[in-house]
Write a protein that binds this ligand. Sequence first.
Ligand SMILES: C[S@@+](CC[C@H](N)C(=O)[O-])C[C@H]1O[C@@H](n2cnc3c(N)ncnc32)[C@H](O)[C@@H]1O
Length: 244
Amino acid sequence: MIAMHFHVVTLFPDLIQTYCSTSIIGRGVKAGHLAVNAYNPRDYCQDKYRKVDDTPYGGGAGMVLKPEPFYACFESIPREPDSPVLLMTPQGKPFKQADAQRLAGHSHVTLLCGHYEGFDERIRAVATEEISIGDFVLTGGELASLTIIDAVGRLVPGVLGASTSLDHESFNEGLLEGPQYTKPPEFRGMSVPEVLRGGNHAHITEWRRQQALIRTLERRPDLLQTAKLTEKDRKFLAKLKESL
Ligand SMILES: C[S@@+](CC[C@H](N)C(=O)[O-])C[C@H]1O[C@@H](n2cnc3c(N)ncnc32)[C@H](O)[C@@H]1O
């Protein structure tokens, strides 16, 4: 049974389908864990020119997406009632790993992609949330939607080969992941830390936790405010801060 259905409203369905038929997400689709369907508002236009945008009321540069084809397209989607509808916009709530985890608990997620100057304000009414993938402006919502599909899709059981790959990664428990190494043990004068080569799993686990704390303190100290920290973590961090 397909665990997650993504529905994407976009003027450029090929962009979505090309990405979602490749690599890990593509394998998840082929294996039947995910389904990604794209719907083009242009196919729902009633006029002979299939016009999806128009000039803004009040004047100004650029074109604005019209509500009628967008609504007709959205209403044709075979989605679960009450499932999340995400409108892509730089004005939305910043997307976080916690959102990816929350959305992975649903079986249908709909994503609405803007283009040109953006959406007619009345299109916002169909969204349950407005999402931004960062403080910058893209030409369209497709990359933002694909970012969300990728981040959510990889959390769906079966999509990543071994579920253990999710255990220690960045943002899990609110920390960044520590450094990773593979063979060879020595490369251009840089060596793999002795503890990782030793095979003592308790020492490796402790070393990885400490490296995650060091990396988070160095690069994203803001995350430590909300991270799940043990008493041992707090003591380690206190010592680390003293040594700086
Ligand atoms: C050129 S942008 C429109 C920007 C809009 N005029 C504004 O100032 O808010 C076109 C579309 O790209 C998408 N987009 C651009 N930047 C984005 C971001 N940071 N996060 C999510 N979607 C974004 C949205 O769907 C948006 O409607």
